[in-house]
Design a protein around this ligand. Sequence first.
Ligand code: NA7
Length: 547
Amino acid sequence: MEHVDILVVGAGFAGLRALYTFRNLGMRVVVLEASGGPGGVWYHNGYPGARCDVESFDYSYRFSPELEQDWRWSERYATQPEILRYVDHVVDRFDLRKDIRFNTRMASAVFDEADNRWTVSSADGRTWSADRVVLCMGQLSTPKAPSYQGQESFKGRIIHSGQWPQGEEIDFSGKRVGVIGTGSSGMQMVPVIATTALKLTVFQRTPNFSIPAANAPVTDEEDRTVKANYAARRLQARNSPTGLGFIPNRMSALDATPEEREKVYEAAWNRLGFGFALAYHDILLSMPANDTAADFIRRKIGEQVDDPVVREKLTPRGHAFAARRPSVDSGYFKTFNRNNVELADVRESPIVEFTEEGIRTSAKLHELDIVIFATGFDAFTGSLFRPDIIGRNGVSLRDKWANGPTTQFGVAVAGFPNMLFTAGPGSPSLLSNVLLSIEEQIDWFAQFIEFMDDNGYTTFDVDPKVESDWVAHVNERVKETLYLSTNSYYHGAEVAGKARVFMPYSGGVRGYRRILEKCAADSFSAFRFTRSAAEGGAPALKVAQQQ
Ligand code: NA7
């Protein structure tokens, strides 16, 4: 058994940052990673057209000014291969590889109350003993796929967008391809696959809002300008509600004249991507304000699609814009004007079964050679529920969260001492630039751990009352928004039977940081600390106070 100060689980963006940061504190850190390489979900999201829909300059680490200056992004929105090249560069540049155990899936983590340590076991039977565990396991990392009658009989190939075959170039030419799902993954791959496939059928359940990416190569001048002002850009991102740098228009959409709105929306449509949602500050707060944005987008979508029947089917109705995750696309809607592309509306004609030849809907049989499930992920809790994570009194995280996740500040759970996690339920997470949120949290974890060490505390835990207050606060904040007006993975609607609880924190990146900063300024008094008998005599309990 290997003894470490901190065991990090996951070598995606969060795990790598955690390793770098904790190692710099002088800690012995080991990272367990189930995959064969670093990058987290990006390692697996290798489908054609996969790219980040946050701008490259913002979806990159801020901890090293030298890294910021040296790395040259080639496009405004980086492709998956470029992101993986960046990740590899970071791993090598900061000599992280030696402490990452690849092909090592955590099977269990058990808190031992006798010595206040975690025993972590891998699926292949290795074990580690750790003072602390930091879970960086991703919020959209555990793929989910429907299971259809007759699926096994299908003679073609089935691939999930989030489990794309490694090291294999899939050739779609001459093939009849079906894509199920029209979230970001489906919308990104459809325009690309359509260019080579013989026939592409898109199985759509819910039409999605999408803003054009306006992707383009990063010019040398842009690169120079951003790099000359990187610190200011980062600051703006940190102080913006979503961490993407967009400062909301203070005006209400309802106070503008139709002509003014048209101008504002047109400018946002042409350039802002996700920033469109902040074209007026109340787009996500008021349904009438949202309607003005949604109407504009619906019109814009309509202008791109020639066939009136297809146009209507592709037009999102019945849910507020951005209340579920919108996409940022590159030519998705125009793809349906191609002769080799067909839209199969599975709300109108549901999928009945797979056959040897393809997919039979209630309308007809679609003959297919390849089916791609772009059906998303078991969000937020999927990865955390896969291993057995056992806290005090033998309680598993699965049982503790049976009615939905409960956390303190989205970083720790009562009854699971010395365990922290990044971008989880209760933090801005998927409502923000996740990379920025991860870096903010890990910097705070470093402060937290140093505080414990400086004070001789060996164990922290969460007061259940503080935890339930935080959950109540998360639930209160979301009521100010439109997020609850529709079903989405933000509140567990993506998996049948999953607890319906709103998971991310909607109070914004800046508001969240202020709460963490206040907690640190108050000597982290919202947490419970103890010293081990061995190190400080009788356990000293620092009683939790309300934050
Ligand atoms: P998403 O955004 O969760 O999208 C999944 C899509 O798959 C969505 O259109 C779903 O329709 C559809 N889906 C899921 N199950 C089915 C079934 N059974 N039948 C038909 N259609 C189905 O996942 P993505 O991979 O696209 O994107 C993940 C994240 O990556 C994204 O949010 C960004 O953060 C980037 P539904 O809307 O549920 O009706």
